[in-house]
Design a protein around this ligand. Structure first.
Ligand SMILES: N[C@@H](CCC(=O)N[C@@H](CS)C(=O)NCC(=O)O)C(=O)O
Length: 206
């Protein structure tokens, strides 16, 4: 059975849990990272020299990098659904996965860490405010791109929605100012119709 290492409040682990559930792949999960440790143990470093989560082991393959794991699982179990067969369609989804990591994550991570994992007296207000502004700009771009689309790849839910969907939830759940973006709101509402999203992503922020 597929093995997954990572704590459930890690956004990168949540992407993998969401994909596994969408694809109905059975798995065994071991808590790892932050308070659980494990990531510095020699056996773990051998699998993942970065000492980060998630890592999976599946059928002789050891893999880290959450988006790569989502792509692998989608290709293996979701051809024609999470993994569009048409290369152009797939590139569209891939692009949103990369964008979530390259543009949304660097904006939102300092906000999340500042407001959720840092005591008020130690917060870097400027880093938080900068992140709030950059995240607003990123989601304005998403708002524009969602015109005529139910999901980032078009009419159907795909792997392209998984990394982005985890950030959309965090952005909505953080106690920050957000511009009113009706398409992003409708997209978030659509994602919430998916039981796997509610179960693995929409957890209290911690
Ligand atoms: N680019 C990597 C980032 C992995 C990463 O930074 N994971 C964080 C959790 S979201 C981590 O391992 N933090 C340290 C820890 O949990 O001990 C991925 O997408 O998998």
């Amino acid at each position: 059975m597929l093995k997954l290492w990572g704590r459930i409040n890690s956004i990168n682990v949540q992407k993998v849990l969401w994909a596994l559930e969408e694809l109905k792949v059975p798995y065994e999960r071991t808590d790892a990272g932050l308070q659980y440790g494990v990531v510095n143990e020699p056996f773990y470093r051998k699998m993942n020299p970065n000492g980060r989560v998630p890592t999976i082991e599946d059928d002789g393959l050891t893999l880290w990098e959450s988006n790569s794991i989502v792509r692998y699982l989608s290709a293996k179990h979701g051809a024609g659904t999470l993994w569009p067969n048409d290369p152009k369609q797939r590139a569209d989804c891939d692009r949103w996965m990369d964008w979530a990591t390259s543009t949304v994550a660097p904006a939102l991570t300092p906000v999340f860490w500042g407001l959720v994992r840092t005591p008020p007296e130690k917060r870097d207000r400027k880093a938080i405010d900068d992140g709030v502004e950059k995240a607003a700009q990123a989601f304005q771009a998403l708002e524009q791109s969602l015109e005529g689309r139910d999901y980032v790849g078009g009419k159907a839910f795909s792997m392209g929605d998984i990394p982005l969907g985890t950030f959309v939830y965090r952005w909505s759940a953080l106690d920050i100012k957000r511009p009113k973006l009706s398409r992003v709101e409708a997209y978030f509402a659509r994602l919430q119709l998916r039981p796997a999203y509610k179960k693995h992503v929409m957890l209290p922020l911690s």
